[in-house]
Design a protein around this ligand. Structure first.
Ligand SMILES: Cc1cc2nc3c(=O)[nH]c(=O)nc-3n(C[C@H](O)[C@H](O)[C@H](O)COP(=O)(O)O)c2cc1C
Length: 420
């Protein structure tokens, strides 16, 4: 029986370990996690979601405070259309995040940035262009355009000197989306260097509707693989979503995948950005607690733990400091939901909003416990300690387990007992 280590991903004249750790915003896939993936010969991702918050944490900058101050006068106004991102600051924060990550990179692997095109930032095209260009300026190895495809993204990078040398990939959840992207970007005479096929069991936002359970990763993967073969397009295909063991990964590699993209198993590692208390919630999760709902103002379904503190929180919209989900007209469906509840509870100091959440604030605070479908299996990947908690893993351990395991086995880490 073959294992992942019997395969290599060929990308830009390099041979890589065919394991890609997927992007997880906001700073759940940290620089440390991406650096570790690259050190081990695979591909890691940082994310450009809420880049100013990430920069403030990493570099002690004061971007959020500065923006909050600038728009303080607007706090009580439900019209948020005048809240704008300073493009220079966005570029600066992106460059800092990327450059410092790339400087720390060791080993033969690569580091990509996951670009959250769903962050419309009250000027979708302009802000996206700046984020993409800044990441390329700062030397990122590659960019993965997240699902929810902005079909004009290649054109936005066309005039960058690194447009043809950086590795550019897309995430799609259907052959239809792929064909649309290829058609729209044909004018740039540049094909994607890799295609991530994300199925319905992934974490984060889904490229499916609430009928996600009717879809199957292997089926979509085969359809796209056969299409590419028929069109004589030799582009590595990278399936993602629910690939939980080395054997799951080897199955796809044996069937023509260039690599696999995985994330959930790494959410409980030391290098991951999730606070340890949240990681324990992931370990403890039961199958019926993994839900897909519509509370994200992006309009896309999102998978998360049903006990996420973000669900039902009625926090006042915080577009003045954040505002990443303001559409091109300064609107956000959370603002509408919050205003509706405020009207319904005129005398209440606090109220709850269930149909939408303030994704900016809650992702910043790690209160949206977004996760892959198989999160309930994480408890089987480690030891439960004498105090009832679960032992955190290292990224190296999980990476090597994907690489070497066979027969659907999962190697447990060396036991570390709780200190008194
Ligand atoms: C906590 C978490 C956050 C995620 N955030 C993002 C994101 O910001 N952008 C994105 O394109 N995919 C995101 N994903 C999807 C992953 O990158 C990946 O494709 C998918 O989860 C792989 O499936 P698995 O988690 O079952 O291994 C996220 C996944 C998780 C678990």
């Amino acid at each position: 029986m073959k294992r992942v280590d019997d395969f290599r991903l060929k990308l830009g004249g390099k041979e890589l370990v065919p394991i890609m750790i997927g992007g997880m915003g906001v700073d759940i896939s940290t620089a440390e996690l991406a650096i570790e993936a690259a050190r081990l010969g695979g591909v890691g991702h940082i994310s450009d979601a809420m880049i100013k918050t990430v920069a403030d944490r990493r570099f002690n900058t004061k971007y959020i405070k500065e923006k909050a101050q600038l728009y303080k006068f607007n706090l009580d106004n439900s019209d948020k259309s005048m809240i704008r991102f300073d493009l220079g600051r966005i570029a600066e924060a992106t460059r800092m995040h990327v450059a410092s990550t790339m400087e720390a990179k060791r080993g033969d692997g690569m580091i990509f940035i996951n670009c959250m095109e769903k962050l419309t930032m009250n000027a979708p095209k302009e802000t996206l262009r700046v984020r993409l260009h800044a990441a390329l300026d700062a030397g990122i190895d590659g960019i993965t355009l997240a699902a929810g495809l902005h079909i004009g993204s290649f054109a936005l990078m066309e005039d960058h000197p690194r447009f043809r040398d950086a590795k550019l990939g897309i995430i799609v959840s259907s052959l239809r989306a792929l064909i649309l992207f290829l058609k729209k970007s044909a004018r740039t005479h540049r094909l994607p260097d890799f295609i991530v096929v994300e199925g319905p069991l992934a974490g984060g936002h889904l490229g499916f509707g609430l009928d996600w359970a009717n879809y199957d990763l292997a089926k979509i993967f085969t359809e796209i693989r056969d299409y590419l073969a028929a069109e004589q397009l030799d582009i590595p295909l990278i399936p993602a979503g629910g690939i939980f063991t080395g054997s799951d990964a080897a199955f796809f590699l044996e069937n023509g995948a260039g690599a696999v993209q995985v994330a959930t198993r790494f959410t409980v590692t030391e290098e991951c950005g999730l606070p340890e208390e949240a990681q324990q919630e992931y370990f403890m999760a039961k199958e019926d607690q993994i839900v897909v709902n519509m509370i994200s103002p992006t309009g896309y379904p999102m998978r998360m733990l049903s006990n996420s503190p973000a669900i039902g929180s009625g926090i006042r919209p915080q577009c003045e400091p954040y505002g990443y989900l303001l559409d091109g007209n300064g609107g956000c469906s959370y603002i509408d939901a919050w205003n509706r509840e405020k009207l319904a509870h005129p005398d209440a100091k606090k109220f709850q909003v269930f149909d939408k959440t303030c994704l900016c604030v809650h992702m910043r605070n790690f209160d949206v416990w977004t996760c892959g479908h198989y999160t309930y299996r994480l408890k089987d990947t480690t030891h439960q300690l004498s105090d009832g908690s679960y032992q955190q893993l290292t990224a190296e351990h999980v990476f090597n387990d994907y690489l070497y395991s066979t027969d659907n086995k999962i190697a447990l880490p060396a036991l570390q007992e709780v200190e008194d």
